[in-house]
Design a protein around this ligand. Structure first.
Ligand SMILES: NC(=O)c1ccc[n+]([C@@H]2O[C@H](COP(=O)([O-])OP(=O)(O)OC[C@H]3O[C@@H](n4cnc5c(N)ncnc54)[C@H](OP(=O)(O)O)[C@@H]3O)[C@@H](O)[C@H]2O)c1
Length: 271
């Protein structure tokens, strides 16, 4: 069985490739420099390989910058996905696409797989639109919604927090946005297990949930960091893109992953 991964140099892409190497799949992994999903002629690479599965980890993921770089975000997250969907449709490839909790507005405490999408920022809008393109055009697809990822990358919350807290006496962290932190290693393993299940939408995150303040507090505790955390509201710490207040993804379909605190503990030890 052949499996092709786009965006393989990204945080999640790297871990998916690493985990896939432990399986019997024949792996074809491409970073953006070798396969740009917005480039029609790059689709010939996919055609030539003729994979059974495509895991699309390629995406524009800078949530705040997306409010300004709308064209770029739309191109990667919608036009690029359209290219992949076209080729999957024509060649009967199965698409595994990664999506986000930010397709929801955060007015509900927990979201089921079939709840209505209502994104409140531009990034979320593009991710919701790409989901619809997949659902309306393909039968063989898995849409994996996940949230608050941490893994081997400098730009996730854990790494940013470790950098910002260095030498600081105190730091403000918001206490009124709630989600489920998720380790890319755990997510990758779960994605590999999902792809022989029924097609459709899956919610995959580590178990449990917290606010960003609680997430930061756990890092402080585990790493014994001497920085005092001050909890504050989103109003006091506004970001360019609006964030959903609650974006907890209820997983009704597969075995639950371990608690986020356990996953975080392992990540901090391994890195
Ligand atoms: N990070 C999170 O907290 C989070 C939460 C929920 C869902 N997700 C979803 O999870 C998926 C993976 O995210 P991630 O955190 O691994 O993001 P990431 O680290 O930013 O990785 C995305 C990768 O896609 C590449 N890429 C961008 N445009 C491309 C294009 N046109 N063609 C090919 N590759 C392209 C990027 O390359 P460049 O860096 O060179 O542009 C980057 O290597 C995304 O679909 C994201 O929406 C992420």
């Amino acid at each position: 069985m052949k499996i092709l991964i786009t965006g393989s140099k990204g945080m999640l892409g790297q871990d998916i490739v690493k985990e896939l190497k432990k399986t019997k799949f024949e792996i074809f992994d491409f970073g953006k420099e070798k396969l740009d999903i917005t480039n029609k002629s790059d689709m010939n690479i996919i055609k030539k390989i003729s994979p059974n599965f495509i895991i699309n980890c390629a995406a524009y993921t800078k949530v705040d910058l997306a409010e300004k770089e709308k064209e770029k975000c739309y191109s990667d997250n919608v036009k690029g996905v359209k290219e992949i969907v076209d080729i999957c449709k024509r060649k009967n490839f199965t698409l595994v696409h990664i999506s986000t909790d930010y397709v929801f507005d955060g007015t509900k405490k927990e979201y089921n797989e079939n709840d209505k999408k209502n994104p409140i920022n531009y990034y979320g809008k593009t991710k919701a639109e790409s989901e619809d393109i997949i659902i309306n055009n393909l039968k063989k697809y898995y849409i994996i919604r996940t949230s608050w990822l941490f893994g081997k990358n400098e730009n996730n919350f854990v790494e940013k927090f470790l950098r910002f807290s260095k030498g600081k006496k105190e730091l403000k962290v918001v206490n009124d946005q709630f989600g489920s932190p998720t380790y890319t290693k755990d997510l990758s393993r779960a994605i590999i297990k999902v792809i022989d299940k029924k097609y459709g939408i899956y919610h995959i995150t580590n178990s449990g949930n917290c606010s960003w303040f609680e997430f930061a507090s756990e890092i402080v505790k585990k790493k014994n960091i001497k920085c005092k955390l001050i909890s504050c509201s989103t109003k006091e710490f506004p970001t360019k893109a609006k964030r959903p207040r609650y974006s907890i993804l209820k997983n009704n379909k597969i075995k639950k992953l371990r608690l986020w605190k356990l996953a975080l503990n392992e990540y901090l030890k391994e890195k």
